[in-house]
Design a protein around this ligand. Structure first.
Ligand code: ZN
Length: 429
């Protein structure tokens, strides 16, 4: 089932966004069949930077300077995505999928013996339990315990402001009107940011990359339908993508031939990571077909003469699909982990420094993007979209009927998401 709920744009009003001129609009049947080279040729760094700047401007036009789901700047982001593709209404069927997502916020303060401590909200267990995290050393804590055991009186003062609120937010879905509607390539990225900043590498770049590929695709016809998705509330336990997948009947899930996820593809100290579909790196292959998807991206980087490496399936919206046994893949340039010497040798940049030193921080704006990696990876998306929009022959037959696939590690990853609050990772990733 696809939801097609009308949304009052007045409710989502944001700044006026200038729309780009369509490359072409017309009847799909009059257009040439898409090819990887032709689609890639329409991807320009100017468009990628311009689109990213729009998202940064939306964030910075609000006091919060972020694009947290259901915030004014996030609603404006959602509108921008919708309106941009609605201008190609004869090529795409565009819809909002509204849903209620749990918002977690608030703050905490703690004084012990009159001294202010660095306390912050840590995690939650629905419905109403906030935990407090404080960066105490074990020795300092033990000293306090010993003092109390020795009869000393230690007064603590803890104040917790906890916000747990259901907020209406929106996924945006655009599907080609052309192509086999029963055999669909689905790709997506999340449209929301954390609270700490505008979220341009995470994940403005993924949002803009698939938007630009979607616009470029309107110059071509396709054999298979292509569905572009922008997920809300990814930064809050992947709520948008899980809502979407759970809203689909089995017959609709079976039409999804594969899912491609793009979350962080322009990290300043990037690697060219490809989701490890065959399990060669992580020992845990994705659903049948994921290995072939990984091989397609490897082929792209090899043809470009670029190094690449296998990376763990992202702790991202792909989980909603792989847990329904839908093969998945994607590219990823790295988050908070530190670049190794070996990766430095392969990709340059700086060894011993995080792939994205502004990960989930206020500095994740357009200046944080590596535009070269952004261009390369967006062309990788175009390469994959053109390939699969033409044929799924490189993939094994889809496993249907769709059986729920339970993966303890994915379940663990998702549950660890609950340790992220106020834009902070409070659990080691
Ligand atoms: Zn992300």
């Amino acid at each position: 089932m696809r939801l097609n709920a009308p949304v009052s744009l007045a409710l989502l009003a944001g700044p006026e966004i200038p729309l780009r001129v369509p490359f072409q609009s017309g009847n799909d049947g009059d257009l040439p069949l898409v090819t990887p080279d032709a689609l890639r040729a329409l991807i320009t760094t100017d468009h990628l930077l311009g689109g990213s700047q729009v998202l940064e401007d939306l964030a910075y036009s609000t006091p919060e300077r972020n694009r947290v789901f259901a915030s004014p700047a996030h609603n404006a982001t959602v509108n921008f995505l919708y309106d941009t593709l609605a201008a190609y209404g004869n090529y795409y069927s565009v819809s909002y999928q509204p849903f209620l997502a749990l918002y977690l916020g608030g703050n905490a303060s703690l004084t012990v013996g009159g001294a202010n401590q660095d306390a912050r909200l840590m995690a939650f267990t629905p419905p109403v339990k906030h935990l407090i995290h404080r960066s105490w050393s074990q020795a300092a804590g033990q000293a306090l315990v010993d003092a109390i055991a020795g009869g000393a009186e230690v007064l603590g003062n803890l104040i917790v402001n906890s916000i747990l609120q259901w907020r209406t937010t929106y996924n945006v879905i655009a599907q080609t009107r052309g192509g086999n509607q029963d055999n669909v390539l689905v790709l997506g990225g999340h449209s929301d940011s954390v609270e700490a900043g505008p979220g341009i590498n995470d994940n403005g770049c993924g949002s803009i990359a698939i938007l630009d590929v979607a616009i470029a695709l309107t110059s071509f016809s396709v054999n298979n339908a292509v569905r572009f998705c922008w997920w809300s509330a990814e930064e809050s336990m992947l709520q948008g993508s899980f809502h979407y997948v759970s809203s689909l009947e089995p017959v609709e899930l079976a039409k999804i031939r594969l899912y491609l996820n793009f979350d962080m593809i322009a990290s300043p100290n990037y690697i060219y990571g490809i989701y490890d579909g065959d399990g060669s790196r992580c020992g845990r292959p994705g659903p049948s077909g994921s290995a072939e998807i990984e091989a397609l991206f490897e082929q792209y980087f090899a043809e470009e003469g670029l190094n690449y490496t296998a990376t763990r399936f992202g702790n991202s919206d792909n989980i909603a699909f792989t847990s329904s046994n839908i093969p998945a893949g994607g590219v990823f340039t790295g988050a908070s982990r530190i670049k190794t010497e070996e990766e430095f040798a392969a990709f340059g940049g700086q060894a011993g420094v995080a792939y994205d030193k502004n990960y989930h921080g206020p500095g994740d704006n357009v200046t944080n993007l590596n535009m070269g990696a952004f261009q390369v990876n967006t062309e990788a998306i175009a390469y994959a979209v053109a390939t699969y929009a033409t044929s799924f022959d490189s993939l094994p037959p889809r496993d249907v009927p769709v059986e729920k696939r339970w993966d303890p590690e994915e379940e663990n990853l998702r549950s660890r998401r609950t340790g992220r609050i106020n834009g902070r990772d409070v659990v080691e990733r």
